[in-house]
Design a protein around this ligand. Structure first.
Ligand SMILES: *[C@@H]1O[C@H](CO)[C@@H](O)[C@H](O)[C@H]1NC(C)=O
Ligand SMILES: *[C@@H]1O[C@H](CO)[C@@H](O)[C@H](O)[C@H]1NC(C)=O
Ligand SMILES: *[C@@H]1O[C@H](CO)[C@@H](O)[C@H](O)[C@H]1NC(C)=O
Ligand SMILES: *[C@@H]1O[C@H](CO)[C@@H](O)[C@H](O)[C@H]1NC(C)=O
Ligand SMILES: *[C@@H]1O[C@H](CO)[C@@H](O)[C@H](O)[C@H]1NC(C)=O
Ligand SMILES: *[C@@H]1O[C@H](CO)[C@@H](O)[C@H](O)[C@H]1NC(C)=O
Length: 492
């Protein structure tokens, strides 16, 4: 009797615990994922349209690369949690405390009200220690971090808004350079700065933010085992009896070991960027991206964690929407990271809830496109064929021709197709202005869709302020025509 009486409250508290953890799990599954919202596109969807895409798809966290006023305005009242950012070129200025204080006042405190923007983090710089920056930001990052967090603290919001530094996984000796994750250490050339940063983050209970790119591991090393970039492959690495089946886990745990070597192995870690591009390289395609995400997302939703750290990981996918004006210094794939195309159209099925359902995300609503017309190479026009190469180079220097490369979506076009693709990309970037489809008489506008198979010749979207712009633009054109008509009359 006694025994049974004791048992029953235990059972009900167990049931209670199960319900609580089920609730936590359910909400964790929904609110876990964030996305990166970059804006380096020639034609951007209106910020309000993008925020609607976030809420329609139940995405509750977003990471920005600046603190643009229009973006922040659109996020106000949405309930979406935000990581705002200080670009690298402002790091030096943030070394002055007054400037950091102004930045926090202007770009954080100003939006921090009821129904304002739910700012949770300030990203100080973006991968400032990349070796390709030649050390330019090495000495500027830590002072900026200290000043920003101090300004947040002084403004009375430092308890719930934390400064962090999104760093590329190249700050530690990444696999496969070092053989096992448990041997992870920060790069020796930045060890001193990393030690200062990690200690400061710990002192302020702020997270470490790391960007992990299995695609880049594959891209940068021809020896890298292809299957190890995904989550369903057969390749494994044995770290003193701990088995790694994918490079994402291995990289994350290499970071934990590096932090542990600085006595902060228990520090909170956010994955600031992870994703897979869909064009611009032989391994950048929809099939590989779909495979990558369909392995990653269920693991995140189920809080699988990594061998060294089980449980929930806060993750921001890179990226939300393609950006056709990003630098291609890292590679042609750089403009194709989006899970959505430039126009807010989903590229492939991805189940952000991690239930493995093959359904497409909700795309952008009410997208305004330019007219259904393309620019194409005209071999029979008045142009001189010997000028074709120069004109293609000109078009591609001012627009995005990254889909033309080897193994990319338009890599199989013939020479005429190449020319047409380049001409059209330029024509679209120039908002289909008639004079942008001349190319010394080598090009002509067509209303026939000249896409070829996999290779889509896009129609650009209208600029957000297109109504006003078009109106004043056509006024200018008409005014110009009238004026030149008058001049002609006067001259004759
Ligand atoms: C706030 O952020 C914007 C956008 O990143 C930047 O241009 C501006 O300089 C910042 N304001 C201050 C006062 O630093
Ligand atoms: C880094 O150095 C290389 C070679 O000296 C140079 O080509 C590149 O432009 C430099 N990059 C930056 C960001 O300074
Ligand atoms: C950074 O500071 C250290 C120590 O003051 C100095 O030795 C080093 O040259 C500086 N590096 C750069 C890139 O300015
Ligand atoms: C085309 O250009 C080349 C080189 O500039 C020139 O030699 C040739 O005469 C031109 N052809 C025509 C038909 O104008
Ligand atoms: C088309 O353009 C790509 C990229 O510039 C180039 O590699 C390829 O050789 C071109 N193909 C033809 C048939 O000219
Ligand atoms: C043109 O055709 C391609 C496929 O051939 C299609 O994906 C694209 O949507 C079409 N564009 C327009 C504007 O209809």
């Amino acid at each position: 009797m006694n025994h049974r009486q004791k048992q029953s409250p235990m059972t009900s508290s167990a049931v209670f615990l199960i319900i609580i953890s089920a609730l936590c799990f359910a909400s964790g599954g929904v609110s876990a994922l964030g996305v990166n919202w970059g804006t380096m596109a020639s034609h951007q969807l209106p910020p309000k349209t993008v925020v609607r895409m976030l809420t329609d798809n139940n995405i509750k966290k977003v990471k920005l690369f600046d603190a643009d006023t229009d973006t922040m305005g659109a996020l106000a009242g949405s309930g979406v949690e935000v990581m705002v950012a200080i670009p690298n070129d402002l790091l030096k200025a943030m070394g002055t405390y007054q400037r950091a204080k102004d930045w926090v006042q202007r770009n954080v405190s100003r939006f921090n009200f009821n129904d304002g923007v739910k700012i949770k983090y300030v990203a100080v710089g973006n991968e400032p220690f990349l070796t390709s920056y030649n050390g330019s930001f090495i000495n500027l990052t830590y002072p900026a971090l200290v000043n920003i967090q101090t300004a947040l603290n002084e403004a009375g919001i430092g308890d719930y808004i934390k400064a962090t530094v999104p760093l590329n996984a190249d700050v530690y000796n990444s696999p496969p350079d070092n053989q096992v994750p448990s041997a992870g250490r920060f790069r020796s050339d930045i060890l001193q700065e990393m030690t200062l940063i990690v200690n400061f983050l710990a002192q302020n209970k702020a997270p470490f933010t790391v960007n992990i790119y299995p695609f880049l591991s594959l891209y940068l090393s021809s020896d890298f085992p292809f299957e190890y970039a995904f989550f369903d492959g057969q390749t494994t690495v044995n770290d003193n009896g701990v088995i790694y089946t994918n490079v994402f886990d291995a990289s994350f745990d290499t970071l934990l070991a590096s932090l542990n070597a600085l006595n902060h192995g228990d520090m909170e870690v956010i994955v600031g960027e992870v994703g897979w591009p869909t064009d611009g390289d032989k391994n950048a395609n929809v099939a590989n991206a779909e495979r990558f995400y369909s392995g990653l997302l269920p693991r995140l939703a189920n809080n699988v964690g990594t061998p060294m750290r089980k449980g929930y990981i806060e993750v921001y996918l890179f990226g939300f929407i393609d950006e056709d004006a990003k630098s291609v210094a890292p590679g042609n794939f750089e403009r194709h990271w989006g899970i959505f195309k430039y126009d807010g159209h989903p590229k492939f099925p991805v189940d952000l809830q991690g239930q493995g359902q093959k359904k497409f995300l909700t795309g952008a609503h009410n997208v305004q496109y330019l007219l259904n017309q393309w620019c194409m190479f005209n071999p029979n026009g008045r142009g001189n064929i010997s000028k074709l190469g120069d004109n293609i180079n000109y078009a591609c220097s001012l627009s995005d021709c990254t889909a033309l490369g080897y193994g990319s979506s338009c890599g199989n076009l013939d020479a005429n197709g190449n020319a047409s693709y380049a001409f059209n990309m330029y024509f679209q970037v120039q908002n289909q202005e008639a004079q942008a489809c001349d190319f010394e008489g080598l090009a002509i506008i067509t209303t026939k869709n000249i896409s070829q198979g996999q290779c889509v010749f896009p129609i650009q979207i209208g600029k957000p302020s297109s109504g006003h712009y078009d109106c004043s633009y056509s006024f200018m054109v008409r005014f110009g025509l009238v004026m030149s008509g008058l001049m002609f009359l006067l001259m004759t």
